[in-house]
Design a protein around this ligand. Structure first.
Ligand code: RP5
Length: 164
């Protein structure tokens, strides 16, 4: 897993098995040149280490958390309980319930402690990274320009598409 000395974004996954999905968030942040780090930390397997990490993250420069887990996914909520920074939750697709379990567990935070929940799986991983970039772009004009260029690329790609 990538480690950065001054990460702006922390990607947390509940298990190494989540990485096949969350590598897409890692790749998108790298594409935008955003310093980030990725860690395996589980709300139920490493509860103390998870809260310790979150407590220290802000002093290390982290501004946004991305937290991904599957099943009874409580990682994002646990992270949110320990920070005032924005927490973006990505539900991981499980074999049993196709991610609906993780989606509901992540999105249904009771009012008061928010988790911004993205789509299940790869789309959620990609969009979590893009949303993290949007948050950071609020005070970084160079990132805002990169986001504009990224949207323009998508627009041009769609307009070039032809149908049989
Ligand atoms: C969750 O349980 C993890 O986030 C993962 O999605 C799921 C299964 O974990 P493993 O049994 O593959 O480690 O905590």
């Amino acid at each position: 897993m990538n480690e950065s000395s001054r990460p702006l974004v922390a990607i947390l996954v509940g298990s190494k098995s989540d990485w096949e999905t969350m590598r897409h968030a890692d790749e998108m942040l790298t594409r935008f040149g955003v310093e980030h780090e990725s860690r395996v930390l589980s709300a139920h397997r490493t509860p103390m280490e998870t809260t310790d990490y979150v407590a220290r993250a802000e002093t290390r420069g982290v501004e946004v958390f991305i937290a991904a887990a599957g099943g009874a996914a409580h990682l994002a909520g646990t992270v949110a309980a320990h920070t005032l920074l924005p927490v973006l939750g990505v539900p991981i697709e499980s074999s049993a319930l196709k991610g609906l379990d993780a989606l509901l567990a992540t999105v249904q935070m009771p009012g008061g402690v928010p988790v911004a929940t993205l789509a299940i799986g790869k789309a959620g991983a990609v969009n979590a990274a893009l949303l993290a970039v949007s948050v950071l772009a609020g005070s970084r004009p160079e990132l805002k320009e990169k986001l504009k260029a990224f949207r323009q690329e998508q627009k041009e790609k769609v307009l070039k598409e032809t149908l049989p």
